[in-house]
Design a protein around this ligand. Structure first.
Ligand code: EPZ
Length: 420
């Protein structure tokens, strides 16, 4: 599917952010921890959420979607999620902890790498072993078995996914678990709040030591996950890059501090209110030094979007990607639009150019696709983004939302051209 964007459009108006993809995915996995009805509200209509719901359904749980509300009931009948779904999205791996906790065994394919890196799972597995799981590898799958008991875990790196998997596994383990050097992301806090709403006993989420006291059983819940801070940040960057004036609603300002600080440093004007934020773009974008870090540092999921924004700055910016080893796939595509970017290892030097020119570019991953949309809004002329399906994985109705702010974007089905 191609996205065709006419550039030089200033975004103006108000837009509401959807519920967080990266909160919904672990919360959906955690719904496996109870047989009782779990209701999750405001689910975003995005591909990754659809994939994990299908995976949970294929595990034997009854799923019923009404508008954006999902009801999940029943016990997972089997503990071997289908290979093709696990390979499609890495977050499928988050069902490992709940399945092991519920059924005492799980067989799951290695999640595999993706465009931004090889995405290992050693921290997940090491933690589960400390909780008493025996783990072996068989034909590309991981098999984990054992009755889980509390333990003292130390994460070598504050991995979001490992923290989430281990919180879920420990929630039904016999005894108390401590996770040290845990990830601090808001999505971790949301997951802990969700499990506690089911009768769980988790304290310290959002700090680097989380204490989980295992319980015998978890009951159902009716829960609404937090808004998507990365979608909000993407709209903030788009508003600033297009030199527009956009109010973004349904946000938690606390979650956006690093993004807000960097936009202000670049010369944008930010007006914060309770659950909304207004961004007015600068006439001249000041160059920045950015280093991506685990929360509350500057989010890696915003790195590509800011690189697009800074490609038009008055001077050179330096962006260091410290979280993933290969998250610069968007650089060559931005250069096709006229950006001047040089990569040295994990650092990109972005020399601001006067203007970008529309071109045909390719979305290599979800956030790279969003970055190309931002660059296309700034560019002279028309840009075509191919493989724009990547964007649908994590942004609900992005085209409609941007067009409601004055963008001119259309989607075009592409005929698969087979080169002979
Ligand atoms: C989550 O991925 C997010 N995905 C990512 O968002 C986000 O970029 C990432 O956290 C970092 O914030 C979801 O929440 C579904 P990690 P996750 O484990 O859990 C290394 C997006 O665009 N690591 O914190 O996979 C790993 O290689 C996506 O929405 C190990 O070495 O991230 C990476 O370098 C992209 N061993 C670093 O930690 C492990 O066992 C961060 O990974 C696990 C991770």
């Amino acid at each position: 599917m191609n996205m065709l964007i006419n550039g030089k459009k200033e975004l103006k108006g108000q837009i509401e952010v959807s519920t967080s993809k990266n909160a919904c995915l672990p919360i959906l996995a955690a719904s496996l921890l109870s047989d009782e009805p779990v209701i999750i509200n405001n689910l975003p209509a995005i591909d990754d959420v659809e994939v994990i719901i299908e995976l949970i359904r294929q595990l034997g749980v009854n799923v019923k979607m009404q508008e954006k509300t999902l009801e999940l009931t029943g016990r997972p009948e089997q503990a071997a999620p289908p290979y093709e779904l696990v390979r499609r999205i890495r977050a499928s791996f988050l069902v490992m902890g709940p399945l092991l906790a519920r059924r005492g065994s799980v067989r799951i394919s290695f999640p595999g790498g993706c465009a931004i890196g090889n995405r290992p799972i050693d921290l997940h597995l090491k933690g589960l072993q400390v909780l008493g799981a025996q783990i072996k590898q068989l034909g590309g799958d991981i098999i984990a078995q054992g009755k889980l008991k509390g333990g003292h875990l130390y994460l070598d790196y504050p991995s979001v996914g490992a923290t989430e998997n281990l919180i879920m596994a420990a929630s039904l383990a016999a005894g108390t678990t401590y996770i040290e050097n845990a990830a601090l992301e808001p999505e971790i806090v949301d997951l802990a709040n969700f499990i506690n709403s089911m009768g769980g006993n988790i304290i310290g989420a959002g700090t680097n030591i989380i204490k989980i006291t295992g319980v015998k059983k978890l009951h159902g819940s009716n829960y609404t996950p937090i808004p998507d801070r990365i979608e909000a940040g993407t709209f903030m960057a788009a508003a600033a890059a297009s030199r527009g004036d956009v109010t973004i609603t349904n946000i938690v300002p606390e979650h956006l501090k690093a993004i807000t600080a960097k936009l202000i440093e670049s010369g944008a004007e930010i007006i914060e209110a309770e659950n909304q934020i207004r961004v007015k773009g600068p006439h001249k974008i000041k160059p920045l030094y950015i280093k991506t870090l685990p929360y509350p540092g500057f989010p890696t999921d915003m790195q590509a979007q800011f690189m697009a924004y800074l490609s038009n700055a008055e001077g050179s910016s330096i962006i260091t990607e410290s979280v993933f080893e290969n998250r610069f796939m968007h650089v060559q595509e931005l250069c096709r639009l006229g950006a001047s970017i040089k990569i040295e290892g994990r650092t990109a030097v972005v020399k601001g150019v006067k203007k970008l020119e529309g071109a045909i570019v390719k979305a290599t991953d979800l956030r790279a696709g969003a970055a190309l949309c931002i660059a296309a809004l700034m560019a002279q002329g028309t840009t075509i983004i191919t493989e724009s399906e990547h964007i649908d994985r994590g942004y609900e109705n992005l085209v409609e939302k941007l067009n409601s702010l004055g963008a001119e974007i259309i989607r075009k089905e592409t005929k698969r051209c087979i080169t002979v």
